[in-house]
Design a protein around this ligand. Sequence first.
Ligand code: NDP
Length: 445
Amino acid sequence: MSRYVESVLEVVKNRNAGEPEFHQAVQEVLDSLRPVFSRHPEFEASGLLERIVEPERQIFFRVPWQDDHGKVHVNRGFRVEFNSALGPYKGGIRFHPSVYIGIIKFLGFEQIFKNSLTGLMMGGGKGGSDFDPKGKSDSEIMRFCQSFMNELYRHIGADTDVPAGDIGVGGREVGFMFGQYKKLTGLFTGVLTGKGLDYGGSLVRTEATGYGTVYFCEEMLKKRGTSFEGKTVVVSGSGNVAIYAHEKATQMGAKVVAMSDSNGYIYDKDGIDLNLVKQLKEVERKRIKEYVKEHKNAAYSEGCNGIWSIKCDVALPCATQNELDGAAAKTLIKNGCIAVAEGANMPCTPDAAKAFVDNKVSFGPGKAANAGGVATSGLEMAQNSQRMKWTFEETDLQLHRIMVNIYNSAKEAADEYGTPGNLINGANIAGFMKVARAMMAQGLV
Ligand code: NDP
């Protein structure tokens, strides 16, 4: 059955030339699925893999906007509606200069299986633009978001495709896009998630990805007979996911000693002062190096990769794809790290992930460990449909329950398919099976 996987991989690489991140994401999933196809020859007979690696729809569009000096800029917009077997397409929008179709496809592909793992009825999609929000005024951000929505609105809807935030897209951007969608369509529906609390947003959505990553990691630690209590933790990034991973790990008794941004990292042996990081990053939108002006005992180092040389028990990469490579993984293992949970999407390179698994470091792959964000987006959709608002405690409880279920599904699938403890295989197989069964049931569409 390996031959089937190989032939599909070859087609993916040839047909999507110059998209290495997409190849990497597909390769990882398909490698895990080899034992599935031996047990289910009907999947090959119905061309299931060939269909699942090809997006149902890809939308490319022009996004013209004017800066505060009246100068016109043109960016590219993307929305990839990858798979709707389980529900409306669901997945975030990323604004970052590195965005191109290969990044959106890698993220959209991962999203299919992640959304399936949550147990909620959501298909997979992703979108974004090569727009760089750094250094832009609020008015420029608003004009860009409005222009982006001027095209996107015709493709999305509460029952068709429900975007959310991702890198560079937080509450402010979602608000601008929601306002423009409403203006263009006259509809006040749950068409975007991550909305403000006053107009349909869900409590816990802001915290969800970071909290969920820590809930997932807690299950991995429990399996080793331990917990976050007294652990030293390194968290990369200082955005939405990183901040709330820090918050929950600290609430559980851990000490977070390092965080980063795309310029460098801070190390504070007394534990990073999260309130200051929130002030710098969420309110003032400043660089992480400003931290050491307030905390003289802390140190700032240029460059991001050095963060992994800091000794820790648990590492939570929460910044971006391929930020933790094989050499960094070796250093973490040598320094006694026992657990790694991916808050970001695909932050560990394939050789880093392999090194963790081979060395019995508990490893939570992103599509399982960071599924709390989209899970809570699913809860936001449910509340919008009900025209109801749940309490923080109620929503957090549901998030926690979903993360424990995801861990158990991944663990059980890894056991069932002969790779106990390998949560990469477990998450890929558990996520895939539900989508596969739905696609088989729905016929050749
Ligand atoms: P944000 O834009 O809020 O934050 C990203 C953070 O990562 C910023 O601090 C950024 O720094 C930093 N960063 C970027 N590149 C690097 C790098 N090479 N090394 C170190 N730090 C870097 O994004 P999110 O927190 O929302 O997303 C982070 C990751 O989590 C992404 O992979 C995203 O896809 C994933 N994710 C997010 C979800 C969500 O709900 N938000 C859900 C599931 C996954 P700078 O300010 O310098 O750019």
